[in-house]
Design a binder for this molecule. Structure first.
Ligand SMILES: [Zn+2]
Ligand SMILES: [Zn+2]
Length: 397
């Protein structure tokens, strides 16, 4: 069994596959990578946060999938239509100066009278891989540690990136940009492709995360952390809870939980769960048909431990917790506030960033990442800066 190296792009560790991907998160080869999550004819039914039409691939499209074209910004865009006020970039909201070049959707303009423009700076940003090549959109039955080139960075420590997706999908925008952010700080990362509902339950996903931690420890020096978003944050916290309940050592040395769905109770309510798939795996388009499938009950598995009910054992490694005061999907009062109280009660070192970071799913935006980077560096992740001489502060008072 090949461990790593240029001759092979995949191997296995325990039940988990180890797959190499390029820096954008695209598969190096479709051979052995598993089939896409859904056949192409069903892609149009996927939620927009999975499709990410405007964010993926090398061909620039608007959110509705129309092709964008370069156009100078003037008062009269096409067919003499007059634009009132200064147009803005749809992505960064920066005003577009007259005569600058912008990408423009003519069809949205002609058919819906809406202006879809993208500035040159936004066009230059790294993209998500096309769905067809995205390693997170393949192999729903093949859990994998996806290793981007930055997995080979020389600094110590490894971060496992755990995207959310309501345990039904794996959200690429909570994975590949995170790898690039960590790489920028010299921190090696891998992305976890864990098994999801409805074919699998929470315990399988936890086994996948545990196996990924073993892959990281076997292949790289230094501590191992996980960064989990939304449902991925629940998965990271639940792994710590499971280890504590079983009286085992913590599998991770540190955790970063961004808008985690700590409290699993909403998943038990078909109208709050947000599930878009039926028990047979089909995407349900009719909201009245929202289906609570049997496997979703497994998500309640470690509720008492996560919420500190009774004397249920609580476990967590040092934790960096991030929540937005305006998150209506996983409100902090129900999810992160109680978790923070438990971290304090159990004297687990932690940081709680809690302010208006906008609605659920804000990813790396909002300005929380710099403080998190410092926190990770202090815990031994990434190329360490040469120790600076500390100036002695005079004693206070
Ligand atoms: Zn822009
Ligand atoms: Zn359009």
């Amino acid at each position: 069994m090949p461990a790593s190296g240029s001759s092979s792009s995949s191997s296995r560790h325990g039940h988990i596959k180890v797959l190499r991907v390029d820096q954008s998160g695209a598969l190096l080869s479709h051979r052995g990578a598993g089939r896409p999550f859904f056949p192409r004819r069903e892609w149009k039914k996927l939620p927009c946060w999975v499709l990410q039409t405007a964010e993926r691939g090398s061909v620039r499209l608007c959110g509705d999938g129309h092709r964008l074209r370069w156009q100078p910004v003037t008062n009269r865009l096409f067919a003499g239509a007059v634009i009132d006020g200064q147009p803005e970039c749809n992505e960064c909201e920066a005003p577009l100066p007259r005569r600058s070049q912008a990408l423009f959707c003519r069809r949205c303009f002609d058919e819906e009278d809406s202006l879809y423009l993208v500035c040159g700076a936004c066009n230059g940003r790294p993209r998500l891989p096309a769905l067809w090549h995205d390693a997170l959109f393949h192999g729903p039955r093949l859990p994998a540690a996806l290793l981007p080139p930055s997995f080979e960075l020389p600094g110590p420590g490894t971060v496992i990136v755990v995207p959310g997706g309501n345990y039904e999908f794996l959200a690429s925008h909570e994975a590949w940009p995170v790898v690039r952010w960590l790489e920028g700080m010299g921190i090696a990362a891998l992305v976890l492709r864990y098994r999801t509902l409805p074919a699998f339950g929470l315990e399988e996903a936890l086994d996948d995360l545990e196996a990924a931690a073993e892959v990281a420890r076997r292949r790289r020096p230094g501590p191992v952390a996980a960064v989990g978003f939304s449902a991925g944050g629940h998965l990271v916290a639940a792994l710590a809870a499971r280890a504590a309940a079983r009286g085992l050592a913590q599998p991770l040395d540190a955790a970063v939980l961004a808008y985690p769905s700590i409290n699993p109770r909403p998943w038990a309510d078909p109208y709050e769960s947000g599930f878009t798939r039926a028990a047979n795996g089909d995407i349900v388009e009719d909201e009245d048909a929202l289906c609570m499938h049997k496997r979703a009950a497994s998500l309640q598995g470690w509720t008492d431990n996560l919420l500190g009910a009774g004397d249920a054992p609580f476990g967590a490694p040092p934790t960096f917790l991030v929540a937005s005061t305006t998150d209506t999907i996983a409100p902090s009062a129900e999810h992160t506030d109680p978790y923070r109280r438990l971290l304090a009660r159990e004297k687990v070192p932690h940081v709680y960033v809690h302010r208006d970071l906008s609605e659920h799913g804000f990813g790396l935006s909002g300005g929380w990442t710099d403080r998190c980077a410092t926190w990770l560096a202090r815990r031994g992740f990434g190329e360490q800066q040469p120790a600076r001489k500390r100036r002695r502060e005079p004693p206070a008072g």
